[in-house]
Design a protein around this ligand. Structure first.
Ligand SMILES: C[S@@+](CC[C@H](N)C(=O)[O-])C[C@H]1O[C@@H](n2cnc3c(N)ncnc32)[C@H](O)[C@@H]1O
Length: 257
C-alpha cells in the first residue's frame, strides 16, 4: 500500500516541485506514495475568505486562524477514513519543533499516513496545535517564511526510503547518515579532470580494495566534517578494521599538512 500524504497548505501549487520532478515525481507516478493538498482558504468562514488575523496581546504580523485549519484536517481525515485509514499522524512543520534527522525520517517512513500542516506569517493559533498536532518538526535552527519548503524536505527525505522509489533499493542505505557516517567521495568521467586523476583504487576493479577505501574515506570525512557523528559512532563501537583505517587516514592528513 502506498504512503498517503495529506498536506494542509495555503500554497498547494508549490508541491508540484515534489510531485513533478526527479525521484519524488517518479515515485508519485508509480504510486509509491500519494499526495493530496487541503487549502485552509477553501474553509474560510467569511466572504473575504480570511485565513488569518492579528495576534491577541499585540505585536507584528498575522496568525493563521484555527477554524479553517481544523476544517482542512477534518476533511483530510474523512478522505483517509473513506480508504480505511483511521490513524493519520499529524505533523506541524515549525522552527519550534524537534530537529529532523535521519532516525526521524526512517521512523516516519514506516507510517501508512501523514498529515503535514504548513504554517505561514507568525505561525498558527496555539489551540489548533494542542488539539490536532501529534508532533512538531523543524528542519533546522533558522526561520523560513512558510512550512511548505519544510514539508517538501520532509516528504523527499521520507520517500527516498519507501520501497520502489529509488532504482536500486539499497542506495538510500548507503547515503550519508546511514550507519552514522558521511558518504565516501564520488567520481565519474573523465578519468583526469583539470589535471586531477580519479583515485587509482577506483579503477582497479578490485571490489574488496574499493570497499575498504570507501569505508576509510567515510570514516575520515566524518572525522573531519562531523566529529559529533563520529563520537556517536565510536560510542557504538568501531570495529578493529575501522579503527585501523581511521588511524591511517589521520596519519595521511598529518603527512599532507
Ligand atoms: C515565519 S515562520 C513563523 C515563525 C514563528 N513566528 C516563530 O518565531 O516561531 C512561518 C511558518 O514557517 C514554517 N517554518 C519556519 N521555519 C521553519 C523551520 N525551521 N522548520 C519547519 N518549519 C518552519 C512554520 O510552519 C511557521 O509557522
Amino acid at each position: 500500500m502506498s504512503l498517503e500524504i495529506d498536506v494542509v497548505t495555503l500554497f498547494p501549487e508549490m508541491f508540484d516541485a515534489v510531485t513533478k520532478y526527479g525521484v519524488t515525481g517518479r515515485a508519485e507516478k508509480n504510486k509509491v506514495y500519494q499526495l493530496n493538498t487541503w487549502n485552509p482558504r477553501d474553509y474560510a468562514e467569511d466572504s473575504r475568505k480570511s485565513v488569518d488575523d492579528s495576534p491577541y496581546g499585540g505585536g507584528q504580523g498575522m496568525v493563521l486562524l484555527a477554524a479553517p485549519l481544523e476544517k482542512a484536517i477534518v476533511n483530510a481525515r474523512a478522505r483517509l477514513k473513506s480508504i480505511g485509514i483511521d490513524d493519520a499522524h499529524v505533523i506541524y512543520l515549525s522552527p519550534q519543533g524537534k530537529l529532523l534527522d535521519h532516525e526521524k525520517v526512517l521512523e516516519l517512513s514506516g507510517y501508512g499516513s501523514l498529515i503535514l500542516v504548513c504554517g505561514r506569517y507568525e505561525g498558527v493559533d496555539e489551540r489548533f496545535i494542542t488539539r490536532y498536532v501529534d508532533e512538531e518538526i523543524s528542519i533546522g535552527n533558522y526561520v523560513i517564511s512558510g512550512g511548505e519548503l519544510a514539508a517538501m524536505v520532509l516528504i523527499d527525505s521520507i520517500v527516498r526510503h519507501l520501497p520502489g522509489s529509488l532504482g536500486d533499493n539499497n542506495s538510500a542505505k548507503e547515503d550519508t547518515f546511514s550507519d552514522l557516517l558521511l558518504e565516501f567521495p564520488q567520481y565519474t568521467r573523465p578519468e583526469i579532470y583539470n589535471g586531477e586523476p580519479v583515485p587509482s583504487v577506483l579503477l582497479s576493479g578490485n571490489h574488496a580494495k574499493i570497499k575498504r577505501w570507501r569505508l576509510q574515506q567515510s570514516l575520515g570525512k566524518t572525522w573531519l566534517n562531523r566529529p559529533d557523528l563520529l563520537a556517536q559512532k565510536c560510542e557504538e563501537g568501531l570495529s578493529k578494521e575501522e579503527e585501523l583505517l581511521l588511524e591511517e587516514f589521520k596519519q595521511q592528513q598529518d603527512y599532507k599538512s
